[in-house]
Ligand binder design. Structure first.
Ligand SMILES: NC(=O)c1ccc[n+]([C@@H]2O[C@H](COP(=O)([O-])OP(=O)(O)OC[C@H]3O[C@@H](n4cnc5c(N)ncnc54)[C@H](OP(=O)(O)O)[C@@H]3O)[C@@H](O)[C@H]2O)c1
Length: 262
């Protein structure tokens, strides 16, 4: 007797880091994958290494054409959408070109909104499926345009989860803390001051995220370190959080030469 057909997941930012870890974990479970990234070479290398049916879409999700190319796949009926692509800036917003800030907002807010809205109706009609949006524990703190965009992801995703859950669809925001990926190198951030115990590896993070998603949680904060940071964001007085942030802003983050783009 034939089993059920494989489920299909679309993952953005799949060529590296957390997205690639999602791809590896879901491939091991036999999911069919649609992998999206602006890094075409990275996508091809990952697809070749996975033992499952895989399609790749090279798209820059800060552009209209890129979002539309991926939206078509989302409307086609997915079982899981992972909105994960993201990047940061090493500089404060007044020192960052406005075009770069707008591109980040487009990726973290507009692309997440549009792809979620494109994917959900077909899932709701079938009464099953899910969306995982990657936020950040930084989204619990007012610290930058990056944290503000991730606060939006957390807020939006939790509200979408409330609406989708009674219709059989599980929407969850994943809030990583420091995770060993290419993220900080790409943004030319020097992270040597961050102690070892605060870091998680991407595969451990994703295994915990998928466990939480299967438990139908609306928010996943893997690791005791990140859970503690999230609790502190609620317990510490806002005045103190802002004072700590102001001290940090006086000592700008050390910036390295950006890693060359593949
Ligand atoms: N790593 C952390 O400590 C950490 C902590 C909290 C939250 N996060 C979040 O986790 C998510 C994944 O980050 P990561 O750590 O896995 O970073 P990563 O290793 O840099 O991987 C991100 C992937 O997304 C791709 N990407 C970036 N901008 C894109 C765009 N406009 N269109 C399509 N693809 C794009 C990148 O391509 P390129 O190589 O070309 O840039 C890269 O392949 C992000 O949303 C990030 O904000 C990460």
């Amino acid at each position: 007797m034939q089993g059920p057909p494989p489920r299909t997941a679309l993952i953005t930012g799949a060529a590296a880091g957390i997205g690639a870890a999602f791809a590896r974990a879901l491939a091991r479970e036999g999911w069919r994958l649609v992998l999206v990234d602006r890094n075409s070479e990275g996508l091809q290398a990952l697809a070749a290494s996975l033992d499952t049916e895989t399609a790749t879409v090279t798209a820059d999700l800060t552009t209209e054409a890129g979002i539309e190319a991926v939206a078509d796949h989302c409307r086609g009926g997915l079982d899981l959408l992972v909105n994960n692509a993201g990047f940061g800036h090493p500089t404060e917003f007044l020192d960052t070109p406005i075009e770069a800030e707008i591109a980040m907002t487009r990726l973290h807010v507009e692309a997440v909104l549009r792809l979620t809205v494109d994917a959900l109706p077909a899932m709701i009609e079938r009464g099953r499926g899910g969306v995982i949006n990657t936020g950040s524990v930084l989204g619990f703190f007012p610290s930058s345009t990056y944290s503000a965009s991730k606060a939006w992801v957390i807020n939006f995703t939790q509200s979408a989860a409330v609406k989708a859950r009674p219709r059989g669809v599980d929407v969850m925001v994943l809030c990583p803390g420091f995770t060993r990926t290419e993220f900080h190198d790409t943004a030319a951030m020097n992270m040597t001051a961050v102690p070892d115990f605060l870091w998680l590896d991407a595969d451990t993070l994703v295994a915990a995220a998928l466990r939480d998603w299967r438990k139908r949680k609306a928010i996943s904060i893997p690791g005791w370190q990140n859970k503690t940071i999230a609790v502190l964001s609620r317990l510490l007085p806002m005045r103190l959080i802002l004072r700590i942030h102001a001290r940090g802003a006086e000592r700008p983050m050390a910036v390295r030469e950006a890693a060359p783009r593949p």
